[in-house]
Write a protein that binds this ligand. Structure first.
Ligand SMILES: Nc1ncnc2c1ncn2[C@@H]1O[C@H](COP(=O)(O)OP(=O)(O)O)[C@@H](O)[C@H]1O
Ligand SMILES: [Mg+2]
Length: 233
């Protein structure tokens, strides 16, 4: 579904990605794991057309490297960025409707709003509330729910648990786990290796702009170097 081959990218003269190869199959959760500064967000910026690169990025059978970001979104690839970008002066409901701005199927939009409210009961309670007054965790839920409203074929989540209190971190991963059975294809970017592996089918471990390890989530979890450096066991 999404396939990166030998992707190289730089910030000016500084090379950030050194030949990244990742395959994220349809209907599965693939996680890209790694410490702060490893190059995860840079990889997401290449996929979504925000940063030029060399190599190949194939989505849904077509080369998307070099396409404009809005073209890539139209092909069905949506990203929830690291920094939550809500329309904070608007209500929860208005933000959800904005998520569906590329769609015109009114009846289905209303049905999908019900669907995401089932997935995020807290947002149902706060439907008419101004988004600025939500807690950090609720804002993260709303960002994910809004991305789902666009009905993407593929969803990228860049560190959804970053900066959240432990209880909310659990809730965010629980939500990802509840999205899984819908067959949504996802690429989950995380520093929280343990929690991400628990909701993933496949995983890639990135260090200093390179993929160090890849395999099924169970294989990565069992790897002694991962146990040592990331799982503290
Ligand atoms: N806008 C930028 N300009 C220059 N260097 C950057 C920029 N953004 C990120 N970097 C550098 O690229 C490397 C990878 O960063 P990033 O992809 O954000 O890592 P991660 O998301 O894994 O924490 C880091 O060394 C970071 O300092
Ligand atoms: Mg990042």
């Amino acid at each position: 579904m999404l396939e990166l081959r030998d992707v190289h990218a730089s910030y000016g003269k500084i090379k950030a990605l050194h030949g990244v190869t990742i395959t994220a199959p349809a209907g599965k959760v693939t996680s890209l794991l790694g410490a702060n500064g490893a190059g995860k967000t840079t990889t997401m910026r290449v996929i979504t057309g925000l940063l030029p690169a060399t190599g190949s990025v194939v989505f849904d059978g077509a080369q998307i490297l070099g396409l404009r970001p809005d073209r890539i979104v139209r092909r069905g690839l949506s990203m929830v960025p690291e920094r939550r970008e809500l329309f904070t002066e608007m209500t929860v409901g208005e933000n959800l409707r904005l998520g569906a701005y590329t769609r015109s199927d009114d009846k289905e939009i209303r049905r999908d709003i019900e669907g995401v409210l089932d997935l995020f009961p807290r947002l149902r309670e706060r439907f008419g509330q101004i988004s600025a007054t939500l807690s950090g965790g609720e804002q993260q839920m709303l960002t994910i729910a809004r991305a789902l409203m666009a009905k993407p074929k593929f969803l990228i989540l860049d560190e959804p648990s970053l900066g959240l209190a432990p209880k909310l971190v659990d809730e965010i991963f629980d939500i990802i786990d509840r999205i899984r059975p819908t067959g949504m294809s996802m690429l989950l970017v995380e520093q929280n290796v343990r929690a991400a592996l628990a909701v993933s089918d496949y995983a890639y471990l990135m260090e200093t702009g390179e993929i160090r390890l890849s395999g099924t989530a169970a294989e990565i979890e069992a790897d002694p170097s991962v146990q040592d450096a990331y799982l503290g066991t």
